[in-house]
Design a protein around this ligand. Structure first.
Ligand SMILES: [Zn+2]
Length: 355
């Protein structure tokens, strides 16, 4: 019985021991499995890290490569452009004498044509037409707005050779804004001071140029001598003044048609019309002298009739003086400094001081 009691105890202990052994073995296995997992995760993380470092670097390298290629492309394009420009310059230089050469020059011919278009004279722009340049000296005046209204109604552009006057800022601005040419006719219009010396003349020119630029924002280019370039009042030789204008980038215009509205007694409007229409005659370029002054009411009356009469001829175009306008002068600029009268016989502006 005792043995029977002892034996089961022993059996139980060995069973427990056995169970523990099994359990230990299982734990070992699980540990090994976990270690393997941890190793795998570590490996995965390391690969991930390498990829994170590697991919952007590869991408950067790729971008650098691309950039390098693009730079090369840009360089070769620059080179091509440079060669094209050189070719264009070469062809433009040649084309003056090469209008009759082979078809390869077609491109340069087109380019030359475009260049010429920009520098065409008015006579070239309007072949077969009579070009009439209405010019108004001595303004602004109380009639400036009325003259501008008449020009606007008839869609005609003209040139105003103005002097320096306070209180007419709107008129100076309006002349420019409405597409007319704002020229200079001296600042003071006082012959005795303007023509006293070359310095006095130069000072007066620069005064009117600055005065007009301050009011309109545009530096004027065109000048008309009070009394014309051939006036007999000036103590300074005309060539000296012409040389000064030319040196300073100014271009002077006299006239080849006079309305004769400067005469001291006011001319009838119909006389002014007749003078202008007859004066224009068959001239290809007619620069018409008129006045914008408080004493010249009949000029304002004559203006619409002049425009309408000339427009009826059908081949007349009214233009403002610009760089394409043929220069009309009484005294020509000479390199030698010798005064020479122009061939055309013209009347000079009546010598008078308007102020
Ligand atoms: Zn004048």
């Amino acid at each position: 019985m005792d043995q029977a009691i002892v034996n089961p105890k022993i059996n139980m202990e060995s069973a427990v021991h056995e169970a523990q052994t099994v359990q230990n073995e299982e734990t070992e296995e699980r540990k090994a499995f976990r270690r393997k997992r941890v190793k795998r995760i570590k490996l995965f993380l390391i690969i991930l890290l390498i990829l994170f470092i590697l991919i952007p670097n590869l991408f950067c390298a790729f971008l650098l490569y691309k950039m390098n290629q693009m730079n090369k492309n840009i360089d070769s394009l620059k080179e091509e452009i440079k060669l094209s420009q050189e070719e264009i310059e070469r062809r433009t230089k040649q084309s003056g004498s090469a209008l009759d050469t082979d078809e390869n020059t077609k491109d340069s011919d087109t380019q030359l044509y475009e260049l010429e278009q920009q520098h065409l004279t008015d006579e070239e722009k309007y072949p077969g037409m009579q070009l009439v340049y209405l010019t108004f000296d001595d303004g602004p005046s109380k009639y400036t707005d009325e003259i501008l209204d008449i020009l606007s109604e008839h869609e005609v552009k003209a040139t105003f050779f103005t002097i320096g006057k306070e209180g007419y800022d709107d008129q100076y601005k309006r002349i420019v804004a409405e597409g007319h040419t704002l020229g200079m006719h001296s600042f003071s219009h006082k012959y005795s001071s303007i023509y006293a010396s070359l310095d006095a003349f130069a000072e007066d020119v620069s005064s009117i140029a600055s005065f007009l630029e301050e009011r309109t924002g545009i530096r004027p280019t065109y000048y008309r001598f009070p009394g014309g370039s051939s006036n007999k009042v000036s103590k300074v030789p005309a060539q000296d003044m012409i040389h000064y204008l030319s040196e300073n980038g100014y271009v002077y215009y006299d006239w080849n048609v006079s309305s004769e509205d400067a005469a001291s007694a006011m001319k009838e409007a119909n006389v002014i019309v007749k003078n202008v229409v007859n004066g224009v005659g068959n001239k290809t370029t007619a620069v018409v002298l008129m006045h914008d002054a408080a004493s010249k009411r009949s000029t304002v009356e004559a203006l619409p009739i002049i425009i309408e009469t000339l427009q009826k001829k059908g081949n007349v175009v009214f233009l403002p003086i610009t760089e394409g306008t043929k220069q009309i002068y009484h005294v020509k600029e000479k390199e030698t400094g010798q005064t020479q009268d122009a061939e055309e016989t013209v009347e000079t502006e009546e010598i008078e001081e308007t102020e």
